[in-house]
Design a protein around this ligand. Structure first.
Ligand code: BTN
Length: 269
């Protein structure tokens, strides 16, 4: 559902985030990919800012997948961040974004939403999950400078029967809370939590972020399969370390995984 014209959605969000580091917000009707757009701006030295669109014609997902969402059916947002953190803490920005997505869903009443490591926003259904939102974080290095573009696609009000080719079983916030939430409200909730989380990472380091991840994570305690490049690692997810990596107990001992696609053992979602 397109609640109001993109400029009006942008005005609304900008007004409510006037004092935030993420108050520089542009909301457009359509673009190829908000991540690609902000990565180009980052390379030109642009400051922290937010780009939202009602529709993407070439939305990018993780692992070279596409992110498909009909016009107005999702919150499609990218954030150009220049976080003041050490290089080995950059992956934690991705975790912070996933946690911000979980928190924003809770703020709008979807309290059952949780995090599938590292940054899928999901609802657990027995030993499987349905995906509410996904995060794609991309580092941009230009000269001596470094930026991160964090994109989130959140299913807000997908049409009945909408399916993702090769992807996870999707679920909309509308289905979880009974009616479609306003995407400007969702954006403000997400950006507020993202700005807070990044600030906390900058000032306190990883401890608080990792503690929150441990509390909010669907993955911990489950038998999962992690695909990392060509490697397939099966085991029980037992913890997250202080730089956000997943620790697995496998048949051959402990493995620490920095990146990868996590699925429930035996599941497709
Ligand atoms: C995933 O595969 O789970 C991550 C999906 C990320 C999609 C979002 S939509 C806004 C931003 N722009 C893109 O092209 N991708 C991200």
């Amino acid at each position: 559902m397109i609640e109001r014209p993109p400029e009006a959605n942008g005005d609304l969000a900008r007004n409510r985030l006037r004092d935030s580091r993420l108050g520089r917000i542009e909301w457009v009707a359509e673009t190829g990919s908000t991540n690609v757009d902000l990565a180009a701006r980052a390379r030109d030295g642009a400051p922290e800012q937010v780009l939202v669109t009602d529709h993407q014609t070439a939305g990018r997902g993780r692992l070279d997948r596409r992110w498909e969402s009909p016009p107005g059916a999702g919150l499609l947002v990218s954030v150009l961040l220049r976080p003041a953190v050490a290089a080995d803490h950059l992956p934690l920005v991705t975790l912070v974004a996933g946690l911000a997505g979980v928190g924003a869903a809770h703020d709008l009443g979807a309290h059952e939403v949780t995090l599938s490591w590292p940054n899928d926003v999901v609802v657990g259904v027995d030993d499987r999950y349905r995906k509410v939102a996904g995060v794609l974080a991309e580092a941009v290095l230009h000269g001596e400078e470094r930026a991160v573009v964090v994109g989130m696609g959140c299913n807000v009000d997908l049409p009945p029967g909408f399916a993702v080719p090769r992807g996870n079983d999707p679920v909309s916030l509308a289905e979880l809370v009974g009616s479609p939430p306003d995407r400007a409200d969702l954006l403000v909730a997400y950006l507020t939590r993202l700005a807070d989380g990044v600030a906390r990472l900058e000032t306190e380091g990883s401890v608080a972020v990792v503690a929150e991840a441990r509390r909010s994570m669907w993955t911990l305690g489950r038998e999962v399969v992690v695909t990392d490049g060509g490697e397939r690692i099966a085991g029980r997810a037992i913890d997250v370390d202080d730089v956000g990596r997943l620790i697995l107990e496998t048949a051959r001992g402990r493995r620490v995984v920095a990146a990868g696609d996590v699925r429930p053992e035996g599941g497709t979602s």
